[in-house]
Design a protein around this ligand. Structure first.
Ligand SMILES: [Cu+2]
Length: 325
C-alpha cells in the first residue's frame, strides 16, 4: 500500500535539516511558507477524508436494495447548509489572507537590509558586496536580513535557493530583487531556474551562511585579494568569479569557447580567414568587444565584460592566461 508508506513522510515534522520531500529550512521565509503549505495540505487531507467517507457511507446507506421505491427529496436542512457554506468560506478567506500577507512581506525588504548585487549571465552567478568585493559563491551572514538585487547580462535567468524558499526571475534590462534572513549555518544549493541555453544545468553555485564574525573575516580576505595575492593567483580568482570557466577550459579541451591554456603568444585563426596574435591586446578586446574578432570554429556568443572588469582585473587575467601552459 502506497498511502501508509507515504503518509509518515508527508506528515513528518519539518525540522531545520529538511524532510523527505523538502530541502532544509534555512530562512525566515522558509519557515513561514512551509507552515502555510503544511496547514493547507493537512486541511485538504481532512476535507478529502470527510467527503470521501461521507460519500461511501451514503452509497451504503441509500443503496437501492435498502429503499427500492423512489423517495421524494427531504426538506432542506438549514443548519447543515449554513455550516458547510460558512466554515469553508472562513477557511478559504484565511488562506487567501495568509498568502497575500506572505506575498507582501516578500516584496518589502526592511530598509536596513544588507545589500548584495547578483549578476546572472551565461552560465554563472556573480555576487558583488557593498565594498565591491566579488564572488561566484553567495556568502551570507547568519540572522541578518539580506536583500539581493538581481540583473542579467544576457538572457532570462532565475535565482533559486530552495533552502531559503526564494526564487526570482532575472529579466535583462531591468532590476529585480528578493530578500530573506538566513536562519541556519551551512552550505545550500543555488540554481538558475529558467532555461538559459546550453549550459543552463551547470549554472549552479552555493550559498554559504557564516556567523557574522566569519562573514566579516571572509569579506575582508576576499576584498583585498588584488593586493594580497600575486597577479597570477589574483587572475585565477577573477577567472573563477567572473564565470569564464563556464565556457573556457584551461586544460586544453575546447568547450563552448576555445581552451585558453598554451595560447599566449600563438597565432589565432579567425572566422574571417585572417589571423591575429594572441596577446594582451587581443585578450582585452575579447573581453570588452567579444564579437570584434571571432575565433575560427566558434560561435560569437561570448558576453561582453565591458563595465565589469577594470584595468587591474584585466591585467591580472592576462598574467593568469600567460601562465597557463
Ligand atoms: Cu540561467
Amino acid at each position: 500500500m502506497i498511502l501508509p508508506t507515504l503518509l509518515p513522510l508527508i506528515l513528518q515534522q519539518q525540522d531545520g535539516e529538511g524532510g523527505f520531500f523538502f530541502p532544509p529550512v534555512a530562512s525566515d521565509l522558509a519557515i513561514a511558507s512551509d507552515s502555510l503549505f503544511f496547514t493547507i495540505l493537512y486541511l485538504s487531507g481532512l476535507f478529502f477524508a470527510i467527503i470521501v467517507f461521507t460519500t461511501l457511507y451514503f452509497v451504503w446507506k441509500y443503496h437501492h436494495t435498502k429503499c427500492p421505491e423512489p423517495q421524494p427529496s427531504p426538506v432542506h436542512n438549514n443548519t447543515i447548509e449554513i455550516i458547510w457554506t460558512v466554515v469553508p468560506t472562513i477557511l478559504l478567506a484565511w488562506i487567501f489572507m495568509e498568502g497575500f500577507e506572505g506575498c507582501l512581506a516578500r516584496k518589502t525588504p526592511p530598509p536596513d537590509a544588507y545589500e548584495i548585487h547578483a549578476q546572472g549571465r551565461k552560465w554563472s552567478w556573480n555576487f558583488t558586496y557593498p565594498d565591491g568585493t566579488e564572488s561566484s559563491v553567495l556568502h551570507l551572514p547568519l540572522g541578518k536580513a539580506v536583500r539581493v538585487n538581481l540583473a542579467s547580462s544576457d538572457v532570462l535567468h532565475s535565482l533559486f535557493v530552495p533552502a531559503f524558499r526564494v526564487k526570482m526571475d532575472v529579466v535583462p534590462g531591468r532590476y529585480e530583487q528578493l530578500w530573506f534572513t538566513p536562519t541556519m549555518l551551512g552550505e545550500f544549493d543555488v540554481y538558475c531556474a529558467e532555461y538559459c541555453g546550453t549550459n543552463h544545468s551547470a549554472m549552479i553555485t552555493t550559498a554559504v551562511v557564516h556567523s557574522q564574525e566569519d562573514f566579516d573575516a571572509w569579506l575582508s580576505e576576499a576584498g583585498d585579494f588584488m593586493t594580497k595575492l600575486s597577479p597570477i593567483e589574483a587572475g585565477e580568482r577573477v577567472f573563477a568569479s567572473k564565470g569564464c570557466a563556464a565556457c573556457h577550459s584551461v586544460a586544453g579541451v575546447a568547450g563552448i569557447g576555445p581552451a585558453l591554456n598554451g595560447r599566449f603568444g600563438q597565432e589565432r585563426k579567425l572566422s574571417d580567414g585572417s589571423s591575429v596574435t594572441f596577446d594582451a591586446n587581443y585578450v582585452r578586446e575579447s573581453l570588452l568587444d567579444p564579437t570584434a574578432k571571432i575565433a575560427d570554429g566558434f560561435q560569437p556568443i561570448m558576453p561582453t565584460f565591458q563595465g565589469q572588469l577594470d584595468d587591474d582585473k584585466m591585467r591580472v587575467l592576462v598574467e593568469y592566461l600567460k601562465s597557463l601552459q
